[in-house]
Design a protein around this ligand. Structure first.
Ligand code: SAM
Length: 231
């Protein structure tokens, strides 16, 4: 799907986006963001960037883990999602910025930490497009800076993978549509989950985009994964 299509989906589902995620993952998405944020915050530094920030849940976690010296910027290309984030009064030291993730409004080598949660899949499942974005993240990171990616993955057990895909097929589209007031975007979101990379494939992609020291951890039998990489 083209960028405009993705932008349109999130402009339509922004009101119910968080609730739908929490219901469909039984709240696991909240725990996984917290875990990814804890791992990310260990990277230290002062300039943190959350890309494809949506309604700001990851930025909120980062904010809680940061001291007063850290500056956090959250970028997304969908204004209604960012506006929803701005409604949350309790996100100190975060600046929300409207930007496309492949043309980040930062000079080279200025950021200590980049996080992204549940959005890599929405950038694109096409390798060349995804690699362009990962290269852009690499460009703005300082040497030694960290990248942390939380995304759905593919469980290594064939049986669990099949059950996971079946669960996605049976729930994301029908419940996503229902909870969002019959917005069509959830067919696309459900479509991308079984087609996204395995953790190993995504690690290779990170290496190809210039990152080093790539590691990953599975969450809930590999239904999601946290990748960490260093510039
Ligand atoms: C599934 S939401 C994830 C939001 C949030 N990170 C979270 O953890 O819930 C994906 C977000 O990525 C944004 N997005 C997708 N592609 C983008 C791009 N190329 N540039 C900027 N934002 C993008 C969408 O607007 C949407 O808000």
């Amino acid at each position: 799907m083209m960028r405009k299509g993705v932008q349109k989906i999130f402009s339509e589902v922004y009101e119910t986006y968080e609730l739908t995620n929490h219901v469909l993952t039984f709240g696991f998405d909240i725990l996984w963001r917290r875990k990814a944020a804890r791992e990310a915050a260990r990277a230290g530094g002062y300039y943190w960037l959350d890309v494809c920030s949506g309604t700001g849940e990851m930025a909120q976690n980062l904010s809680r883990l940061s001291d007063g010296k850290v500056k956090i910027v959250s970028v997304d290309f969908c204004y209604p999602m960012l506006a929803k984030a701005l409604e949350k009064k309790h996100i100190p030291n975060v600046n929300f910025t409207l930007a496309e993730a492949s043309v980040l409004p930062f000079y080279d080598e200025t950021i200590d930490l980049i996080t992204i949660s549940f959005a890599t899949r929405n950038i694109s499942t096409r390798e060349e497009i995804l690699r362009d974005h990962l290269e852009e993240f690499h460009r703005v990171l300082k040497p030694g800076g960290h990248f942390v990616n939380l995304e759905t993955s593919q469980p290594p057990s064939k049986l669990i993978r099949k059950l996971f895909h079946l669960y996605i097929k049976m729930t994301v589209k029908p419940f996503g549509s229902l909870l969002s007031g019959y917005k069509p975007g959830y067919s696309y979101l459900a479509f991308t989950i079984p087609r996204f990379y395995t953790a190993e494939e995504f690690s290779s992609l990170l290496y190809r985009a210039g990152f080093t020291r790539v590691t990953y951890k599975y969450l809930l039998f590999g239904m999601s994964a946290i990748h960490k990489a260093v510039k």
